[in-house]
Ligand binder design. Sequence first.
Ligand SMILES: NC(=O)c1ccc[n+]([C@@H]2O[C@H](COP(=O)([O-])OP(=O)(O)OC[C@H]3O[C@@H](n4cnc5c(N)ncnc54)[C@H](O)[C@@H]3O)[C@@H](O)[C@H]2O)c1
Length: 333
Amino acid sequence: MNNKIDFNNKTILITGGAGFIGSNLAFYFQENFPKSKVIVFDCFRNDETFHNGNLKSFGHYKNLIGFKGDIICGNINNKDNLSLLDDYKFDYIFHHAAISDTRVYDQEIIIKTNVNSFYDLLVIAKRNQSVVVYASSAATYGSLSSPQTEGKESPENPYGYSKCVMDQIAIRYAIENPDLSIVGLRFFNVYGPREFYKGNTSSMVIQLGHQLLDGNTPRLFENSSQIFRDFIYIDDVIQANIKACSPKRSGTYNVGSGIPRSFQEIADILQKELKTKLGTEYFPNPYKGYQMHTQADISASKNNLGFEPTVSLEQGIKSYIPEIKRLHGAENL
Ligand SMILES: NC(=O)c1ccc[n+]([C@@H]2O[C@H](COP(=O)([O-])OP(=O)(O)OC[C@H]3O[C@@H](n4cnc5c(N)ncnc54)[C@H](O)[C@@H]3O)[C@@H](O)[C@H]2O)c1
């Protein structure tokens, strides 16, 4: 395992690079490997919404202000758009573009966007002999009991299903092409800077932070002290992406902290950091079949990627506070 890759003079594609995780990755390379050549491919947002009222894509130019690499506005569902990538020879492909909204139920568009495009990207990877890292998701586990471990999946929405299918495709492709390195990262609940433009699909950390800064009592589902999630800070997610470039073996790996924390704890840590004492307001959980507990089993990620989460929930929220404050009241346009 070589975790000290020099990305200088390497050509790196980031699909979904105008989104939350992709844009953080773009800046990671720019700041740490100034001679890397980074290409962001993203459809960016337009005014179109899904039935649930959310935007069809969340990519936002504000996530990329200051980024000096190439930007290509394109749709991964459109082969002509993907052909714009033919001029490059990629050493690394980070595939993050997706419909990331877990509450979209239009199966056709989700599976087309998340699955069909993956075949096309793998063809590009094979042609270029690129190392591939792509985003899978903890949604592949549905409401399986904790800890969630790779190899046992049970998706409960089209989004989770689409990521499961991507994982199957990746495993098969890696077997058929043993020279290629293909790693899927099953992100749990990621939070941190550059998620604001995901609107109401952004993490509860920023949503509750803004409720508090509005002077409002944070609103949580009833029994929120008993609802646990594996929250992971963006810096650790970037670390996972980098370590996934030199795995012991191709495969699908969990990316979480390994430590379940409750929504109540998020609200309490935020109140401590923001020095508010607004209590908590509870309301009935409208969702049936709601996942009550997630906790990533990260033993395979540790062994095969060298992944090691470093940021506690307390530390992550503390370092995120200035950004939460900066964006308070900003328009999500
Ligand atoms: N943030 C999390 O907690 C989390 C958890 C599990 C998995 N993931 C996965 O990680 C990846 C990145 O997630 P994120 O939180 O940064 O989401 P995001 O929505 O901010 O980023 C996804 C990007 O993909 C772009 N995109 C969407 N459809 C596209 C299309 N048809 N063509 C080109 N670009 C398109 C969007 O514009 C957006 O910039 C996604 O694949 C997501 O499913 C994220």
